[in-house]
Write a protein that binds this ligand. Structure first.
Ligand code: SD4
Length: 331
């Protein structure tokens, strides 16, 4: 990434009470409702993402800091990881399914509750951008497999070979035993989920992954599922997840966390409760990882996970920091 100069956060903001669309579905709604949002003193542009993704969070922060929207910040930010061939859980370089095909999942959600997702899409390097196009240019929320890929070509995306030599080599090695035993921590999980608040106080989020390494063909996890891998409600906050998607889907984890924040929990408390719900259903298990992160309308953040080892990065006018997450299970 180019070296960039990060300007000090201006903190410019708008009105205390504004009229925003009140949405009951993922697509357009014409009903208007007056809601209370941050006033100019409390608006705090900020980016938060799963794991220690400095370059991705810096890219998103630059968009915010130059006046861009949270939606643009999310797309530009997570694309950094999609384009990083060394990240073997996202985009190009992602580990393949057990047949050797790299299949990508991503979703994005904006301040108005609009959302778009692509599932199990092959040959396209930036699924987050295709998800955004699904959101903005189609009457649908999700496109899967060949349909998603075809749609991407129609929108001008290029066909790209996503399987790098490194991921191919590891897959060939894996095939010798073909044992599906996901590695617990970051070695197998560096999916990026990202949430951002812009200078208007508007929240957006995105999540992008190649999913679990050596998954069954056609398997889709939580990451592109709105409510599971990601949820944003501009009146309350947002949440996103990394880890074993099956367990996140079972508790509709990100939606749960946003609803807990709506009921008054802090982002930290809500993430902890999200993990506890999962562990309550998995009392005998200690062999998988899930990490949640969350942000509320005030720009407060939190994160929690099952196994030690998860961290999340925040980037704001106050600087950037990698936050080691507390965990349900201790080392
Ligand atoms: C999935 N949640 O497909 C993703 C995997 C993941 O870092 O987070 N990897 O289940």
């Amino acid at each position: 990434m180019k070296r960039r100069k990060f300007l000090k956060n201006s903190g410019v903001a708008t009105a205390g009470i504004v009229s925003t669309p009140f949405l009951t579905s993922c697509k357009k709604d014409t009903t208007k409702k007056t809601v209370q949002v941050n006033d100019s003193k409390t608006i705090r542009p900020i980016v938060i993402c799963t794991w220690n993704f400095l370059n991705a969070s810096a890219e998103a922060w630059e968009v915010l800091n130059t006046g861009g929207s949270s939606l643009d910040a999310i797309e530009q930010g997570v694309m950094v990881e999609e384009n990083d061939v060394n990240n073997q859980t996202v985009g190009t370089g992602g580990r393949p399914d057990r047949d050797g095909n790299v299949t990508l999942d991503a979703c994005i959600m904006d301040k108005d509750g609009n959302c778009g997702a692509v599932l199990a899409m092959q040959n396209i390097a930036n699924p987050i951008s295709v998800a955004r196009k699904v959101m903005q240019d189609t009457p649908h929320v999700m496109l899967a497999g060949k349909g998603a890929e075809q749609f991407a070509y129609e929108k001008g995306f290029e066909k790209t070979d996503l399987l790098t030599e490194q991921s191919k080599k590891e897959w060939l090695e894996w095939k010798k035993t073909s044992e599906y035993k996901p590695i617990i921590n970051i070695e197998n999980h560096d999916t990026i989920g990202m949430l951002a608040i812009d200078k208007n106080g508007d929240i957006a989020g995105g999540c992008t992954t190649s999913g679990m390494a050596y998954k069954m063909a056609g398997r889709v996890g939580d990451s592109p599922i709105i409510g599971a891998g990601l949820f944003v409600d501009n009146e309350v906050g947002g949440a996103t997840a990394t880890g074993v998607g099956e367990e996140v889907v079972r508790t509709v984890g990100s939606f749960l966390i946003v609803e807990l924040m709506r009921q008054g929990k802090s982002p930290q408390e809500a993430c902890e409760e999200g993990v506890k719900r999962i562990m309550a259903k998995n009392k005998e298990r200690n062999d998988f990882q899930i990490g949640f992160i969350a942000i509320n309308k005030k720009g407060e953040t939190g994160g929690y996970c099952i196994q030690p080892g998860f961290s999340y990065r925040t980037y704001s006018g106050e600087g950037h920091v990698n936050n080691p997450s507390d965990s349900f299970l201790k080392a």
